[in-house]
Design a protein around this ligand. Structure first.
Ligand SMILES: NC(=O)c1ccc[n+]([C@@H]2O[C@H](COP(=O)([O-])OP(=O)(O)OC[C@H]3O[C@@H](n4cnc5c(N)ncnc54)[C@H](OP(=O)(O)O)[C@@H]3O)[C@@H](O)[C@H]2O)c1
Length: 289
């Protein structure tokens, strides 16, 4: 089976590419805007073609996707990335060889979620349905790697400033998200469905910081401030306004309990348990010290 990955240089996409190659699912094309970055990540891996492209050009996309049977898309749900995802899905729906588009979405993707990300992904799903393209998503909960966004603050002050001091999440490792994506692409029985993925253990942000404290041997605490101050602080640090709003809304969704459940879908798909948060923290501990 010939595969194409878009978002191949991102956090999840890069592990999807390497997982597809390791499992020899088929030849993989990474369609990227920055081929130098892709070459740094993948070298000259056997079975991989790095193809530079303009992802907003439908004709270029059609040419690039011609002959591909399965396409994986791992990009953001708001702003330009949301526009690009629609252009790609539309282009894929017109390519005869495409048998499946699998997209990285999010847990609770729905019209009514408090999360901007969830509503954004829902809207892309609606668009995909309208094109008639054969379509599936993986819908992971919040990544353990989200804690890396606080690494600078944690290194400087041993605190993490947010809103959600309650509300649990079964954080999932982004490498597990990618593995689930690879399994879906490789197994036609998993096509044309939505796969809700979580990690193994529900916890609050303060509890996750308790695990980090144990890992690095120093106490890290969660502190809350008014939402307006958090938003302005993020924008002041250079986070684009749309992403800052998305992150604030993510906290509201957590506080509302939207993520307070775990699924066994990852184990069903892969045949093994997802990584615990402690494994992520051990592997990435240097980022926090
Ligand atoms: N973080 C979480 O906790 C979480 C939880 C569940 C779901 N998700 C979902 O995961 C997705 C993000 O995945 P990720 O963390 O793997 O993303 P990421 O690391 O930000 O990667 C995004 C990819 O898209 C490419 N890209 C972005 N803008 C582009 C543009 N204008 N033109 C061409 N390429 C562009 C990037 O290319 P470059 O490498 O060249 O920049 C990169 O390859 C989002 O949809 C999010 O909703 C996240």
């Amino acid at each position: 089976m010939k595969l194409t990955v878009i978002g191949a240089t991102g956090r999840v996409g890069q592990h999807v590419v390497s997982g597809l190659l390791e499992r020899k699912v088929g030849p993989v094309t990474a369609l990227v805007r920055d081929p130098a970055k892709a070459e740094r990540l993948f070298g000259d891996a056997a079975g991989l073609t790095i193809r530079p492209g303009h992802l907003d050009d439908p004709r270029e996309l059609s040419e690039a996707l011609s002959g591909t049977q399965a396409l994986f898309i791992a990009m953001g749900s708001i702003g330009d990335e949301a526009v690009l995802q629609r252009i790609m899905i539309n282009a894929a729906s017109r390519v005869d060889s495409i048998e499946q588009v699998t997209r990285l979405s999010v847990l609770n993707a729905s019209r009514d979620s408090r999360g901007i990300n969830q509503r954004g992904h829902y809207s892309i799903d609606r668009f995909a349905e309208s094109t008639g393209v054969p379509y599936s998503t993986i819908r992971p909960t919040i990544f353990s790697a989200s804690m890396l966004s606080a690494a600078g603050e944690i290194r400087a002050s041993r605190t993490w400033t947010g809103l959600a001091d309650s509300g649990r999440v079964a954080l999932i490792d982004h490498r597990d998200v990618a593995e689930a994506g690879v399994r879906v692409l490789a197994d036609r029985a998993l096509w044309n469905s939505h796969h809700a993925l979580t990690g193994p253990e529900l916890m609050t942000w303060p509890e996750a910081l308790g695990l980090l404290s144990a890992e690095i041997g120093e106490r890290v605490t969660f502190q809350t401030i008014p939402a307006r101050d958090l938003l302005e602080g993020m924008i002041g640090r250079g986070i684009p306004a749309g992403m800052a709003e998305l992150l604030i809304a993510r906290e509201w969704a957590i506080l509302a309990g939207e993520n307070d459940y775990a699924t066994d879908v990852f184990a069903q798909i892969t045949g093994h348990e997802p990584r615990p948060v402690t494994e992520f923290l051990r592997d990435f501990r240097d980022e926090f010290i």
